[in-house]
Design a protein around this ligand. Structure first.
Ligand code: ADP
Ligand code: MG
Length: 351
């Protein structure tokens, strides 16, 4: 599907197959089209062109209330004058479900989100995390076939957000509902998802399981947006891959084309010392900075060609003081199995 607003391509020929029962996350920077895609799924936005099917049924003209969707937004959108139970019962009331059945379902939904006994509370007597769970209970109480969530945790503080990520994941395992989740937070996406759809400028950049997305990014945008990366230009020459004139060992298949980039992640680099086995690519460098961060340290080092690399490793007791400081010559190593190549598409860095 495609959706434009003036000259902005909010969705640019997005083609996506969501599996029944999966937890799929739409991940991308602000303005990349995530909410637009969710609104198209929900039926609040009509794309300029394209098709949307639930199973074999075309639903592009189906109004939102007939699509059987539960929705949770960033700002909860609860009714402040109603009790917790009143809020959760609301979608059941809309569907004409009788009182006894309503009450039983509300109790069950409250237990599912671990708010048993909170039915009589007013919304303004709840914390942010509790309100978010009420919003979730309201979205699942009528057992929709699809659950849509748009940055539902972004208003919560970090500790609560971390806990809610795990809770939402458990809830998904328990209910098995097809879930489409929107976030701009890559760690959140990696933590929660069966699969991640990475979006930029309305285009689908990669679709895959968290480890595929992280370990085998398809292009520079994905490698840069998810995790940290430095990029080194490499060239294909016959069967060989050359980096600064020297052969580069890699266990991953190289993409098409002559001009490629090697991805260097801080946590995959290691500090070499002594002889270098053939499965390790060695990069001579000069340390420019060494930073202590408690559980880990960061070492920034410059290669001969000026490329800045960063290495991160855990701090083991008493060893930090022995690490080479600024100005020291070091050799950084990257194992062949961690040496991943992407096409050099000439695109700049992600924002
Ligand atoms: P995200 O949720 O990833 O931050 P959105 O889907 O909200 O991104 O927006 C994608 C692009 O479409 C942005 O450039 C945004 O400004 C534009 N856009 C979204 N909705 C509208 C609208 N109703 N009118 C005009 N432009 C819009
Ligand atoms: Mg949005």
């Amino acid at each position: 599907m495609t959706k434009t607003y003036g000259r902005v391509h909010a969705l640019d020929q997005v083609d996506l197959d969501i599996r029944s029962g999966e937890f799929l996350t739409l991940l991308g920077p602000s303005g990349s089209g995530k909410t637009t895609l969710l609104m198209v799924l929900a039926g609040f936005t009509r794309p300029d062109s394209g098709s949307l099917k639930f199973g074999d049924t075309e639903v592009i003209r189906m109004p939102p209330h007939r699509r059987d969707l539960g929705m949770v937004f960033q700002n909860y959108a609860l009714f402040p004058h109603m009790t917790v139970a009143g809020n959760i019962a609301y979608p059941l009331r809309l569907r004409g479900i009788g009182r006894a059945e309503r009450e039983a379902r509300v109790v069950r939904a409250l237990e599912t989100v671990q708010l048993g006994g909170y039915g009589g509370r007013r919304i303004d007597q709840l914390s942010g995390g509790q309100r978010q769970r009420v919003a979730l209970a309201r979205a699942i109480v009528f057992e929709p076939r699809i659950l849509l969530m748009d940055e539902p945790l972004s208003a919560l503080d970090k500790k609560l957000r971390d806990r809610m990520q795990i809770e939402l994941r458990h809830l998904h395992e328990q209910l098995g509902m097809t879930t489409v989740y929107v976030t701009h937070d890559q760690r959140e996406a990696l933590t929660m998802s069966d699969r991640i759809a990475v979006i930029d400028h309305g285009r689908l950049m990669q679709l895959g399981a968290p480890r595929e997305i992280y370990d085998r990014p398809a292009n520079r945008f994905v490698a840069d947006f998810i995790g940290e990366s430095a990029f080194l230009p490499v060239r294909r020459k016959g069967a060989e891959i050359l980096c600064a004139g020297r052969p580069l060992a890699t266990e991953s298949p190289a993409p098409e084309g002559e001009k490629l980039l090697a991805i260097l992640r801080p946590e995959r680099l290691q500090l070499l010392d002594g002889s270098v086995p053939p499965e390790i690519n060695a990069f001579p460098a000069t340390v420019s900075e060494l930073v202590y961060q408690g559980d880990s340290f960061l070492m920034a080092a410059r290669l001969e060609d000026g490329t800045e690399l960063t290495l991160r490793d855990v701090v083991r007791r008493d060893t930090f003081a022995e690490l080479p400081g600024p100005g020291s010559a070091v050799t950084l190593g990257l194992h062949a199995r961690d040496t991943v190549l992407i096409p050099d598409d000439g695109a700049g860095a992600a924002p």
